[in-house]
Design a protein around this ligand. Structure first.
Ligand SMILES: CC(C)(COP(=O)(O)OP(=O)(O)OC[C@H]1O[C@@H](n2cnc3c(N)ncnc32)[C@H](O)[C@@H]1OP(=O)(O)O)[C@@H](O)C(=O)NCCC(=O)NCCS
Length: 175
């Protein structure tokens, strides 16, 4: 049996918005769906940490994030707040793979791509909020539950429906 061809990973562009919105709609419940203008504002303030994965010429997955500080997160529907010179963490806000592309390893490929970027920048950690039963997926990528910086970050975590878990890993390790 032939293995799936390696996906093409590239920087997200504003022109990708229709595909990004379609993937988001297919992956998340209605209470999670974030608006197009917000996604474009985030892309404009952190363009170096937004990627898409193409399979057979079509965008099937995306990953967006920004440089941050350990213990901080973005609330659902919140704007990104990139850290300036003191960034120590690659914060991964949203990874989504269209259900039609599950099993093609687009998610793991995007995660590896993002972590390699974080290593090149010298960021010590990668962090995220695991939602929708994705905690096992993230644990397989080395993320473990971690403490938040303060009550304000805890309040942000509470903006996510269902079980939401803040997770962190050492971004410098390759495994
Ligand atoms: C979670 C998600 C990103 C996984 O990406 P994917 O490209 O579909 O991953 P794959 O199907 O190629 O699976 C890769 C591996 O992770 C495993 N995996 C996938 N989802 C998992 C989960 N929720 N828990 C544990 N393992 C999981 C697969 O079994 C597979 O294992 P293998 O390495 O032994 O083959 C994808 O299912 C998704 O977009 N879900 C909806 C959006 C979402 O909830 N995103 C997470 C936000 S924090």
């Amino acid at each position: 049996m032939n293995a799936a061809p390696a996906p093409r990973l590239r920087a997200m562009d504003a022109c990708d918005l229709p595909q990004v919105l379609a993937i988001q709609l297919a992956c998340y419940g209605a209470d999670f769906v974030e608006a197009g203008p917000l996604i474009l504002r985030r892309l404009a303030c952190a363009p170096a940490t937004a990627w898409v994965a193409e399979h057979e010429g079509q965008v099937h997955a995306y990953l967006t994030g920004y440089p941050s500080r350990r213990g901080k997160l973005t609330a659902l529907h919140g704007d990104f707040e990139p850290a300036a010179a003191d960034a120590d963490t690659l914060y991964l806000h949203d990874l989504a793979v269209h259900p039609s592309a599950h099993g093609l390893r687009l998610g793991p490929s995007l995660v590896a791509h993002a972590l390699a970027h974080g290593r090149r920048q010298g960021w010590r950690y990668a962090a995220l909020v695991a939602v929708q039963d994705s905690r096992g997926f993230w644990a397989r990528h080395g993320f473990v539950r971690a403490a938040l910086a303060d009550a304000a970050q805890q309040a942000r975590l509470a903006s996510y429906p269902g079980t939401a878990v803040y997770m962190v890993r050492d971004a410098r390790a390759t495994a």
